[in-house]
Design a protein around this ligand. Structure first.
Ligand code: GNR
Ligand code: NI
Length: 175
């Protein structure tokens, strides 16, 4: 198992469009394990392969409080959607930033499991929000892309400020 590095906005690699998974092999199994370790250690409710610089159509979700209900979706698709709902979103690739995003309320999805078997599910609530957020990552889209240009500018400034503060903190820790 390995804890993988998570790419952060505005890293251009987050804009890569993921390609379908073709090999359902042991390497894929190891990648899934490493991504779960990464997601749980970062306290995320989801993780897309794009965020760990792997440009394959693979995403993980665990929206349970108890952190023991892992879901894996390979070559995922949204096949039906209805309603719309606004939720405050965050992203491990845009740390410390939270904003309201509107998405479909209920979705029907299809995907494959790690053995390559196809399945369908109906999702709603946080599970549906997270699935759509992760699907966006696989297409190179981030939740901040939906914000107004003014808000996007504020996001960039806040991230710059946070990063400067982090450098200050780690320098201070040396004495
Ligand atoms: O951990 C996460 N929380 C979250 C909260 C609201 C809407 C979406 C998410 S996904 C995010 C983890 C992440 O960045 N996945 O790509
Ligand atoms: Ni994200």
């Amino acid at each position: 198992m390995a804890n993988l590095d998570i790419l952060e906005f505005p890293d251009p690699r987050l804009r890569t469009v993921a390609r379908p998974v073709e090999a359902f092999d042991a390497d894929l199994g190891r990648l899934i394990n490493d991504m779960f370790e990464t997601m749980y250690s970062a306290q995320g409710i989801g993780l897309a392969a794009t965020q760990v610089n792997i440009h394959k159509q693979l995403l993980l979700i665990d929206v349970s409080e108890t952190r023991d209900q892992p879901h894996v979706y390979i070559n995922p698709q949204v096949i039906e959607s209805e309603g719309s709902e606004t939720c405050e979103e965050g992203c491990l690739s845009v740390p410390g930033i939270y904003a309201e995003v509107s998405r479909a309320e209920k979705i029907r999805i299809s995907a494959q499991d790690p053995a390559g078997n196809s399945f369908e599910e109906e999702l709603d609530g946080m599970h549906a929000v997270c699935f759509q957020h992760e699907m966006d990552h696989l297409k190179g889209t981030l939740f901040v892309d939906y914000l107004s240009p003014l808000k996007q500018r504020m996001v960039r400034k806040k991230l710059e400020k946070q990063r400067k503060q982090e450098i200050k903190n780690t320098t201070g820790n040396r004495i």
